[in-house]
Design a protein around this ligand. Sequence first.
Ligand SMILES: O=C(O)[C@H](O)COP(=O)(O)O
Length: 243
Amino acid sequence: MNRVILLRHGESMWNLENRFTGWTDVDLSTNGVEEARLAGKILKNEGYQFDKAYTSVLKRAIRTLWIVEEMMDLVWLPVEKRWELNERHYGSLQGLNKAEMAKQYGAELVHQWRRGYGIEPPPLDNSDPRHPRFDRRYAGLAPEALPASESLKKTLQRVIPCWKQCILPDIAAGKELIIVAHGNSLRALYKHLEGLSDQEVMELNIPTGIPLVFELDSAFRPTAHYYLADSEKSQEAIGDTAH
Ligand SMILES: O=C(O)[C@H](O)COP(=O)(O)O
């Protein structure tokens, strides 16, 4: 059986403050550190072993992975950091409070921005210092690859090539992998794996800090998936993420 573990980073400072984050490089909150510790502890206690990890180039995911590695005594683990696993770029919403935006623009539009498949939040201006073209970690990328905002669809269009070209060959080679990423990059991957419709993915929420196991058949199609938490806890966490 092939298997891959997906993990959304622990709660970040801006999750805590209910602000749109996207590509903003905010760190974990104290609670997020605890969530990452617990995820590592659960993975260790359940006997998981890894050969390699994938993560994004954003510190909330990277630090979550570091903490998991420490908890599992796996600090030697090879890690591949891929910008394609970053959170969806939230455009000019980044930094703004989600509840205040719902008051200003209406809950329905904000819900569409957050959970709709094709809708793109308002973009960052090209001259905005927060535009990724000013960030050296993206310096090697073609300018047209750098988003100023992304729908979930656009996010999926970068996540899935990374899945197919980098991650799947590692799984095919028999490696046990953990992918530590973000709410929307993982929603995109989940949509692809489970073949969710554009409508179905609107209902999908991935909680912070709870390992999600995908079992795959020999053609890498999912045969099962489950959270490593009791169902009450994961349902509560999924509910929290939705709001
Ligand atoms: O980027 C963000 O704001 C969060 O990590 C994900 O936010 P969402 O639940 O509003 O998509």
